[in-house]
Design a binder for this molecule. Structure first.
Ligand code: ATP
Ligand code: MG
Length: 467
């Protein structure tokens, strides 16, 4: 009897396979992470929680990035204190949370995010849990607020490299999922069964691609295998969440590589269906335009210059406009109203998938409108356009179109010169335009259908006229 009891206590069968209850501990001497590299505010949050008797660790992206020598975007803390207990410890703390309840501790402009250890919930979650968690019939987790211990917290995280905990007091790393080895081998690997983890939260497919691009890692074979098949699950994700994710995909400084991976894994079409159609119809031009826009965005971010999502969305959707313009013209609308209708339809359609807020769709459409106005430079128009607050973005967009191969009659170059010259020289340029117009038979021809005005090979919206 006693022998049996001792045996059962020792029995390794009590452990679920692949779920070690004790983490691998990486002592200070065996890792490159230094306390000094960590935000002093994050350290102070950890110290404070520990002094109050709780466990607190740095976790996720900051540990991963520091081990890789990348500067972390932010510092996240995981603790066994509940959000209310965390809030009670700090004066500048706020409980927030759309999907999860979290605490934000504010230090001037820096925010330290503190999350309570949570557990994965299994398919057979009991009655009690039903109020805390909910699952869609597809297996997607709708709410996820079940607290757990640290080991459970590690298992419910997405990738092994995101499940490392840094114990700032003892300066050691706790590794429950073999993340340190995957960091060494530069691999993105889901914790648990990939298919199930994507079904629980299809956004993890986007995260896999985002981290692969950002860190220049490979996606491990089993983690990669189900993505193409499951990519359509993204269509069920609420549009506001997809908007947040898409910004992270394209404003992280590695947008061009991210775009390549999105295409390779069939993840682009569920996010931007109309652009994906344009890509299939007119691959060279569409791909050049989008890639160039993303490469410019990456460069600007590297140089610390501001980037606006409006410009990015303007570029991503622009190649999808012509098909809609043509449709409205065939319905009998003249070119300009057809363009307006097309822009309206496309924006509405896209926002059903990705909830782009009005503060970005309005300037996006103004950038498009500018493309119609930039060719019209007669009289005082050019000077009025220069004064327009959207001129700069519109002009940059024109250059982008040209770099993708659109024929605009050197309009970009004209505007570049115009901005550099004195008043009297500008007058001269405008006079030269009138002369050109008077000479050429172009004016009549340009009255034709907008389709005739398309540049060869470039499927694009109305070109605008020099009238
Ligand atoms: P970065 O901030 O550099 O984009 P990160 O890894 O910190 O990367 P966050 O989105 O800030 O990413 O998330 C913090 C941590 O929360 C992640 O490292 C991961 O452990 C966990 N996490 C985030 N989103 C998910 C998800 N959809 N499923 C499972 N775990 C997640
Ligand atoms: Mg983070």
């Amino acid at each position: 009897m006693l022998k049996k009891l001792i045996q059962s206590l020792r029995s390794p069968l009590r452990r679920a396979p692949n779920k070690p209850e004790t983490p691998a501990v990486i002592p200070r001497s065996q890792h490159a992470l230094e306390r000094e590299q960590i935000s002093r505010y994050a350290l102070s949050v950890v110290d404070r929680l520990e002094k109050a008797g709780y466990q607190a660790y740095l976790v996720g992206g900051c540990v991963r990035d520091l081990l890789l020598g990348v500067e972390p975007k932010d510092f996240d803390v995981a603790t066994n204190a509940t959000p209310e207990q965390v809030r009670a410890e700090f004066r500048n703390a706020r409980v927030i949370g759309r999907r999860f309840k979290l605490v934000h501790v504010h230090f001037g402009r820096e925010i330290i995010e503190v999350a309570t250890f949570r557990a994965n919930h299994s398919e057979d979650d009991g009655e009690e849990d039903a109020t805390q968690s909910a699952r869609h019939e597809s297996g997607r987790i709708l709410r996820d607020n079940i607290y757990g211990n640290q080991e459970q917290d590690a298992q419910r995280r997405d990738f092994t490299i995101n499940a490392l905990y840094y114990d700032a007091t003892q300066e050691r790393i706790l590794d429950y999922a073999n993340g340190a080895s995957d960091i060494r081998h530069r691999l993105i690997r889901l914790i648990g069964d990939p298919e199930q983890r994507y079904q629980e939260d299809p956004v993890r497919m986007l995260r896999a691609v985002r981290f692969a691009a950002k860190l220049d890692f490979d996606i491990e074979a089993q983690t990669a295998a189900p993505i193409q098949r499951l990519a359509p699950l993204l269509r069920d994700i609420p549009a506001p969440r997809l908007f947040d994710e898409v910004l992270k995909l394209f404003l992280g400084g590695h947008a061009e590589r991210t775009f390549e991976l999105l295409l390779a894994y069939d993840l682009f079409a569920p996010l931007f269906p109309a652009s994906a159609e344009a890509l299939a119809r007119n691959p060279d031009y569409t791909s050049r335009l989008i890639r160039q826009a993303l490469a410019n965005t990456d460069t600007r971010i590297r140089e610390g210059k501001p980037v606006t999502p409006a410009f990015l969305f303007a570029a991503l959707l622009w190649p999808a406009l012509p098909a809609r313009v043509i449709y409205h013209q065939e319905q009998g609308l003249p070119p300009l109203p057809a363009m307006q209708e097309a822009a309206h339809d496309l924006t509405l359609e896209q926002c059903r998938r990705i909830a782009i807020p009005k503060r970005f769709t309005i300037p996006m459409r103004e950038i498009w409108d500018m493309q119609e106005r930039l060719p019209r430079r007669q009289g005082k128009r050019a000077d009025m356009l220069l004064e327009n607050p959207r001129f700069r973005a519109g002009y940059d967009f024109l250059l982008l179109r040209e770099s993708a191969g659109e024929q605009t009659g050197n309009l970009g170059q004209w505007w570049t010169r115009y901005q550099e010259l004195s008043d009297s020289q500008r007058r001269e340029m405008i006079r030269a335009l009138s002369l050109e117009d008077a000479k050429g038979p172009a004016r009549k021809r340009r009255r034709g259908s907008s389709r005739k005005r398309h540049a060869p090979g470039a499927d694009k919206p109305t070109q605008g006229t020099d009238e």
